[in-house]
Ligand binder design. Structure first.
Ligand SMILES: *Cc1c(COP(=O)(O)O)cnc(C)c1O
Length: 405
């Protein structure tokens, strides 16, 4: 039975036979984008800086001496701000001393939670497609990764309900939910979340939810934190981060919230991953969460405008798209552009930068190799609209060249 991380990583394709890290499609596409001087709509990080006033607080914190290890759980001001944020937005009451933990981004929170709660013999269920670090963390824990497809429909990528019922079972230790969802942009409906809650309850599974796009919603969509569903608080760990909400992805300030007993177990792992970090950024994010509502609203408006533009340009160019209700991303079916040489979304993504100077990523990069979902989505690609107007305008002109004449 594969036990060591390196063996597991090889078995799921994260490492090559010689132990060297497998290059991801993201690295490959970014290199291609640079080599072809493409408008890079592949990688999903913001072109623009976060709010100046928030950055100034971090500068002051450095000058005034916030430069040594912050407390293991995070500074009190940030834990209190996270607690207040959850209460103001969602009516969730959290004790900042025992039910909030500051982490090195959402990534550390997710990895620590998965390592703390699962191991060999357990199953972890995620949606598919899925964010790449989710699969890596599950592999590190030694647990088996099971997936439930999101299927493209007129009203978004929707949960495959039958697959959910068929997949969750007594071996399921954790169900990992991500809403708003990367890469599809889906915001899971209350009904979809309720179905997941029923399965979690039936098999006594813990739910970890990745809510890093909680504020990036469009078309009047609302974010329902899983922890607010009937009876779910006690079995839910909620993960979020300042990266996407404030366009400060390089600061790596995240948090995980939930019942004290579960958090205690996460803390035991987190203590030996990073212990703590981001000393000068923590007070800045505390203030951003408290006073940043206007900045969040402005970001959402800007992204909403860019989302509408990108959907229109992709549609004009001849793609079929699914309208995302949240996140940074639009997914598009590249089938109209396939040929005997360009046979799927991965080929298309490799071809597009050289052909017209625009980069995207294939959805197969977010699927398990050979899975039913990978097959279903093999012609799909993801474009991001979290880019500045100049990059987007360049992409617009170039995408027009694709249009079948
Ligand atoms: C960006 C992203 C993360 C990582 O968040 P950090 O705070 O940068 O660690 C986690 N989950 C999803 C779905 C993301 O898109």
């Amino acid at each position: 039975m594969p036990g060591r991380w390196s063996e597991v990583a090889r078995s799921v394709g994260l490492l090559q036979a010689d132990g060297v890290m497998s290059p991801t499609i993201f690295t490959e596409m970014s290199a291609l984008a640079v080599a072809t001087d493409s408008a890079n709509l592949g990688q999903g990080f913001p072109d623009e800086e976060g709010p100046l006033w928030v950055r100034e607080i971090a500068v002051q914190a450095i000058l005034q001496g916030s430069n040594q290890y912050p407390p293991l759980r995070g500074i009190a001001a940030l834990r209190e701000a996270v607690s207040a944020h959850q209460h103001t937005h969602y009516g969730i009451s959290l004790n900042p001393d025992t039910e909030v933990l500051v982490t090195a981004g959402a990534t550390e929170a997710l990895t620590a939670a998965i390592l703390a709660l699962t191991g060999t013999g357990d199953e972890v269920v995620t949606l598919e497609p899925f964010y790449d670090s989710h699969a890596a963390a599950i592999a590190m824990s030694g647990a088996t990764h099971k997936t439930v497809p999101l299927i493209p429909q007129e009203d978004g990528f929707r949960l495959d309900r039958d697959a959910l019922r068929a997949t969750v079972n007594e071996k399921t230790r954790v169900i990992l939910v991500n809403t708003p969802h990367n890469p599809t942009g889906t915001v899971l409906s209350h009904e979809e979340l309720t179905l997941i809650a029923e399965e979690a309850e039936r098999f006594d599974a813990i739910v970890i939810t990745d809510e890093v796009y909680e504020h990036l919603l469009y078309d009047g969509a609302t974010h329902v934190p899983f922890a607010t569903l009937d009876g779910m608080f006690d079995r839910t760990l909620t993960v979020s981060s300042a990266g996407k909400t404030f366009s400060l992805t390089g600061w790596k300030i995240g948090w995980i919230t939930g019942p004290a007993l579960l958090l205690e177990r996460v803390l035991a792992v987190k203590q030996y991953l990073t212990f703590s970090g981001g000393a000068p950024f923590q007070p800045a994010i505390a203030r951003a969460l408290t006073d940043g509502a206007e900045d969040i609203a402005t970001l959402r408006q800007t992204l909403d405008r860019r989302r509408a533009s990108l959907i229109k340009w992709l549609t004009d160019a001849g793609f079929h798209t699914v309208r995302p209700e949240g996140t940074y991303f639009v997914c598009a079916d590249a089938s109209p552009f396939l040929s005997s040489e360009i046979t799927d979304g991965a080929d298309f993504a490799r071809w597009l930068p050289g052909a017209i100077g625009v980069a995207c990523v294939p959805l197969s990069a977010f699927c398990r190799e050979g899975s039913a979902t990978a097959e279903l989505l093999k012609n799909w690609v993801r474009f991001t609209f979290v880019k500045d107007d100049r990059t987007l305008e360049t992409a617009r002109e170039r995408l027009l060249a694709l249009r079948p004449s």
